[in-house]
Write a protein that binds this ligand. Structure first.
Ligand code: NDP
Length: 492
């Protein structure tokens, strides 16, 4: 065969990636379980480039030049295993199987190990940017064996988004690292969307600003250091008027947020690797709480006491309040990034990945949902993009800050935002407006820099009921107080 790449799974994502490859000059072999999708793609978009329609996976594989590159874009989960099982007997040593769907990184690790035994490369690739990104240039986060990148990387880089001449694509690490990085991207996305939601809620409920007026505020914010795709589309959504009712569309939409699982995975993994990703987890919990309409309805009846009159009047200086909210949003968003990047390092230590945070931040500068001016600043705080920099798993390369918030540009930005951030959280609490991520992010910030944490008391409690021992501030060793005896201390 002569085709450069085969794509199996031609629903919207697979079809758009296939078209993207073809538009970039590659010959793309097409396959879908049911033939109709293949035919539809060729009929509608066949003129966009070189396609080879195939009926079976055998035919797909035969149409490819060696080393064969087969990209799987089917429904995540069992379907990916089904397709792999059918593909493997058809492939030869050195061929590359690519999973570009939203697979769980543990599945990717398992599949990579299984295919490696058969001499095949399995590459889990994180792809972000939705349908439009897939077609016009997504952010691409490939994992898998590094050797495979020689044969695959240039093609992925060609179809990826481009930021100032650099592709939003680079090999991130072995086995499941690509899918892991994409998962954390999504976790940060959840938090970013939630902090925007909290800002909107405060402007609405405390400052009384209608959606249309807020659209202008978000448009203006998009000219500040908050500039990002999500802020931009927020202005679009807020200015949309429902054709049927004439009301702001946001008031017509049911306020129950859906989720497909990547945010939940991020929170779970954060717990697994012991990384405090509270802002990300809170944003997942906020969606879960929103999606319990019956409980919420009961709560409005039964827990109504104290709600009347709890709202504070619109602040006398609305402009100052709006700026306070902007600062709180920026600071909280930074914390979400700090937590997300931190969990990448923790996972790297756990799974033996060499993750370079500067390079990873560079991939998110364009093409993906969290694309934002801020990512270029974050990238520079981590020493810029350097695809040859491979820090020891769990460590950061020389000169990279141990926490995003320690980078000089951010220590200063947060210090400036802090008074606003506190005022906003205090106002929200007084007014009864829930701000789980604003407040959790602030607690993380205060927790990080606290002189003494009540963890000392918790150690005392643990020693009391479980003889778990504690360390002392004044000398080395582990100690236990004989709580049920004469309460003398023994060294253990
Ligand atoms: P779907 O997730 O809806 O999956 C549909 C495709 O999977 C069809 O081609 C279907 O074939 C195929 N399929 C399902 N089960 C099997 C099976 N057992 N064997 C073979 N083929 C099967 O498609 P999407 O395009 O929406 O998403 C594809 C992947 O991309 C998913 O992992 C999804 O999570 C991810 N995604 C990523 C986004 C992003 O922004 N990165 C956005 C949306 C999705 P058939 O036509 O025969 O039914």
């Amino acid at each position: 065969g002569t085709a450069d790449i085969g794509v199996t799974g031609l629903a919207v994502m697979g079809a758009n990636l296939a078209r993207n490859f073809a538009r970039n000059g590659y010959t793309v072999a097409l396959h879908n379980r049911s033939r109709a999708r293949t035919d539809a793609l060729v009929a509608e978009h066949g003129h966009e480039g070189e396609f080879v329609a195939t009926e079976t996976l055998e035919e797909l594989v035969q149409s490819l030049a060696a080393p064969r590159r087969v990209l799987i874009m089917v429904k995540a989960g069992q379907p990916v295993d089904d397709v792999i099982e059918q593909l493997v007997p058809l492939l030869e040593t050195g061929d590359i199987v690519i999973d570009a769907g939203n697979s769980h990184y543990e599945d990717t690790r398992r599949r990579e190990a299984a295919l490696a035994e058969k001499g095949l490369h399995f590459v889990g690739v994180g792809v972000s940017g939705g349908e439009e990104g897939a077609l016009n240039g997504p952010a691409i986060m490939p994992g898998g064996p590094k050797e495979s990148y020689t044969a695959l990387g240039p093609m992925l880089e060609k179809i990826a988004a481009d930021f100032d001449g650099e592709p939003c694509c680079a090999w991130v690490g072995t086995d499941g690292a690509g899918h892991y990085v994409k998962m954390v991207h999504n976790g940060i996305e959840y938090a970013d969307m939630q902090v925007i939601g909290e800002a909107y809620d405060l402007l609405r409920q405390v400052a009384g600003m209608e959606p249309e007026e807020q659209a202008q505020v978000f448009t203006a914010w998009n000219q500040t250091d908050l500039a990002s795709y999500l802020i931009e589309i927020t202005a679009e959504v807020l200015s949309q008027v429902d054709a049927e009712t004439g009301r702001p569309l946001v008031d017509v939409i049911v306020d129950e947020a859906g989720q497909k699982g990547t945010g939940r995975w991020t929170a779970i993994s954060g717990l697994d690797v012991g990384s405090p990703v509270a802002a990300i987890a809170e944003s997942v919990f906020a969606r879960s709480l929103s999606s319990q309409p019956q409980v919420r309805a009961r709560a409005r009846e039964l827990l109504a006491a104290g709600t009347e009159g709890s709202g504070t009047p619109a602040p006398s200086d609305r402009e100052a309040f709006v700026e306070d909210v902007r600062q709180a949003l920026f600071a909280s968003k930074l914390v979400a990034y700090a937590q997300g990047l931190d969990m990448l390092s923790a996972a790297a230590a756990e799974y033996g990945w060499s993750l370079d945070l500067g390079t990873i931040a560079s991939l998110w500068r364009d093409g993906c949902i969290i694309r934002a001016d801020l990512l270029d600043v974050i990238m520079r705080a981590f020493g810029g993009r350097d695809t040859d920099r491979h820090p020891e798993p769990g460590t950061r390369a020389e000169g990279q800050p141990a926490n995003l918030l320690f980078a000089p540009e951010f220590t200063q930005a947060i210090a400036e935002a802090l008074p606003s951030w506190r005022r906003v959280v205090a106002t929200a609490v007084a007014a009864g407006v829930p701000v789980p991520v604003f407040s959790s992010a602030l607690a993380y910030y205060d927790g990080l820099r606290a002189e003494r944490l009540p963890a000392a008391l918790i150690q005392g409690q643990r020693d009391f009921f479980g003889a778990h021992t504690y360390r002392r501030t004044d000398r080395d060793g582990s100690f236990h107080t004989q709580w049920s005896g004469d309460r003398t201390e023994v060294q253990s």
